[in-house]
Design a protein around this ligand. Structure first.
Ligand code: AVI
Length: 305
């Protein structure tokens, strides 16, 4: 529940807010703008790796596969893969937002009329959502999980999520998953502290959302966006820094901020190929291969159960 999560997070020694709350309607639109920024190399680098290697990826997957996409959103990234695959058995997107998912389903059916498309609405981390997919048994299934979404889970949770995915699959099934790679901190920090300040607006929007939905009085001008790379933890941390000592009222409760105190709003973990292969391996996937860009900024991994 939003209020409970907010009060619990802001009651901790290091104040935190769960990053899933960054994505209300305004936050999701701001994130779409982030994906188009010059500084945010992730989206276009991943897209280029897909387009440069799509034939190879489709060959690796083989004929007759069913593609399942957890957290599919508008299903845009999967379309070139579906077009390239040899006689795919079907496409099964899962997403929490019915409007976006059903619109995407209609678009895919219009463009690929021979493909079976069955959308499941729900949280893909919940086992009940996957029950609808139990009858995919007759052939290979490949989970499609692009976008470096796995990076927003801490490595322990990421391992658990991969393990959860592995247990939904059968021997011979596979995952195609995107991860951002460890790199120079200047490049990383520019991606999360962009010169157009869109990421700052995205980060601060969580406070506007709390004001709007939970009867709170955050003054957004009293917080600054901060993003930095933590080399030991191999992650970019996003924070909101209180610019002076003050109190905020949330649903009748007072939360005190010292000057310089931060709310930790997101982690974006970066992996080496070896490190991610280890995570895959520990979760029950055998890493088979990966595709990367020339600068080794990003990788798409293919691993099999
Ligand atoms: C959604 N996720 C992969 C993004 C990332 O890069 O961690 C979220 C994001 N946060 C700030 N910019 C982008």
């Amino acid at each position: 529940m939003f209020l409970r999560d907010v009060l619990e997070g802001l009651g901790k020694q290091q104040k935190t807010l769960p990053c899933k709350y960054l994505y209300d309607e305004i936050g999701s639109r701001l994130f779409e703008r982030i994906c188009e920024l010059d500084d945010y190399y992730l989206t276009r680098t991943e897209a280029a790796i897909f387009s440069d290697n799509m034939v190879d990826m489709a060959r690796q997957i083989g004929p007759g596969a069913a593609i399942v996409e957890p957290g599919a959103g508008n299903c845009e990234k999967v379309q070139p893969l579906l077009e390239q695959l040899d006689s795919p058995r079907g496409y099964y997107p899962i997403d929490i937002s019915p409007e976006i998912l059903l619109a995407a389903r209609a678009r895919i059916i219009a463009q690929l009329p021979d493909l079976e498309v069955q959308a499941s609405v729900g949280d893909f981390t919940r086992p009940e959502v996957w029950r609808e997919l139990d009858d995919l048994a007759a052939g290979k299934t490949v989970l499609f999980f692009p976008g470096s979404t796995i990076g927003n889970f801490d490595p322990c949770q990421a391992g658990e999520l991969l393990q959860f995915f592995a247990t939904r699959l059968r021997s011979g099934d596979a995952i195609l998953i995107g991860t951002d790679l460890v790199k120079d901190s200047v490049v990383l920090e520019r991606a999360y502290c962009d010169s157009e300040h869109v990421t700052a607006a995205f980060n601060k929007n969580i406070l506007a959302r709390i004001n709007g939905e939970l009867d709170a009085d955050f003054d957004l001008s009293l917080f600054a966006h901060r993003a930095f790379y933590h080399p030991l933890r191999q992650r970019v941390e996003m924070h909101l820094v209180s610019l002076k000592e003050h109190c905020v009222r949330i649903a009748g409760r007072q939360v005190r901020f010292a000057e310089g105190e931060t709310i930790h709003t997101e982690n974006s973990h970066k992996y080496s190929v070896t490190g991610f292969n280890r995570l895959l391996d520990e979760a029950g996937f055998a890493p088979i291969r990966h595709w990367s860009d020339l600068q080794q900024r990003y990788a798409i991994h293919y691993a099999q159960v």
